[in-house]
Write a protein that binds this ligand. Structure first.
Ligand SMILES: NC(=O)c1ccc[n+]([C@@H]2O[C@H](COP(=O)([O-])OP(=O)(O)OC[C@H]3O[C@@H](n4cnc5c(N)ncnc54)[C@H](OP(=O)(O)O)[C@@H]3O)[C@@H](O)[C@H]2O)c1
Length: 314
């Protein structure tokens, strides 16, 4: 089978597609023939070595955290009738295996059945971004109906899910986007979309109860100017410095910093299944064949997709 890996940290030029043996499932695992996998910023943050302190120097490493596919084989401890089922899920350790490969072995607890109405591409594109959006708004910010939220970067992977979740929780939603992203964010129900290229939000008087900062371009030091006295700033890309700073800040300020470290679980996959069974919209920006995965990373890293970029396997 074919698999994407890298043997040193670096740009997408270190990626290569190699031939490997199809793995065998351990007792509690299933073997899945991958049909689609989603691209996420975490993939290239790991590959670039941005998280080296946690990811270490053992190579090869693999890419991709989310997938959808068909169950081909069961570990000996699994007694369910899963063979041939369409499933989606996450991989517990992306560096050891990744989802950018034709077959993966994952624990039973990392998969759920895809609703009949949804494609492999849609199911593969929901896992990381929608779980992160839900966890940020519902669990970290503990948002309540009537509160105001700024989703800074509302047309990307997390953003389009975040604005649907926030609207559903009856928050007052403002989003920022640019170009075609503005139109899509409006189509996805965002009542107030600001073009960040034309309007400096920090110069406005409007203050928010919650800021979900997805752009990587509005640090807390700036954002606090447009936060209510008691409010929450969600940082989805915590590093050591921001972890330490948040501890001190949260002791003395009503403007709290919450660090997003999304936890993926079967419980969350069931939640995603429920959302897919309702009317959650999933925006696929572009689908690339697996043979074009390196190009897909180059393009996604150069320009945030509107929604999700997906790799499709035969
Ligand atoms: N901690 C966790 O558990 C976790 C989980 C998942 C993701 N993340 C992180 O969350 C972040 C967002 O992820 P994502 O998948 O949503 O990324 P994404 O798809 O690349 O979206 C980023 C968004 O930011 C927008 N943007 C760019 N420059 C901007 C600016 N100056 N002002 C306002 N918006 C701007 C982009 O819009 P344009 O189209 O205009 O460029 C795009 O909509 C990433 O850093 C990712 O690593 C963290």
């Amino acid at each position: 089978m074919k698999s994407l890996l890298f043997e040193s940290y670096g740009t997408s030029s270190v990626l290569k597609i190699v031939e490997e043996n199809i793995p065998s499932p351990a007792k509690n695992e299933v073997l899945v023939k991958v049909k689609a996998a989603g691209i996420n910023p975490l993939d290239w943050k790991i590959r670039n070595g941005d998280l080296k302190i946690m990811t270490g120097n053992k190579f090869p490493k693999y890419s991709g955290c989310e997938f959808a596919g068909i169950v081909e084989k069961l570990g000996t401890d699994i007694n369910e009738n899963l063979i041939g089922k369409r499933v989606f899920g996450f991989i517990p350790n992306t560096m050891k295996q990744g989802t950018m490969r034709e077959f993966i072995c994952v624990p039973r607890s990392s998969i759920a059945i895809i609703p009949n109405s949804r494609s492999f591409e849609e199911a593969a594109g929901i896992v990381i971004a929608c779980t992160a959006a839900y966890q940020a708004i519902s669990e970290l910010a503990q948002a309540k109906a009537g509160q105001s939220i700024l989703i800074n970067g509302c047309s990307g992977g997390i953003g389009l899910f975040a604005l649907q979740i926030a609207k559903n929780m009856q928050l007052k939603v403002t989003g920022t986007a640019s170009g075609e992203g503005i139109l899509v964010a409006k189509e996805f129900g965002c009542p107030n979309v600001i073009d960040y290229r034309k309007t400096d939000l920090l110069a406005n008087n409007e203050k928010f109860d919650i800021i979900l900062e997805l752009s990587g371009r509005m640090p807390f030091a700036q954002a606090k100017k447009i936060m209510q006295d008691k409010s929450v700033f969600i940082n989805p890309s915590p590093d050591l410095g921001s972890i330490i700073f948040s501890i001190f800040n949260n002791l003395i300020s009503g403007k709290k910093i919450k660090l997003l470290m999304t936890k993926y679980s079967q419980e969350k996959l069931i939640l995603l299944t429920e959302l897919m069974n309702k009317n959650l919209k999933i925006k696929i920006n572009k689908i690339y064949p697996f043979s074009d995965t390196i190009k897909a990373y180059q393009e996604t890293e150069a320009k945030s997709p509107i929604g999700k970029n997906i790799i499709k396997f035969d």
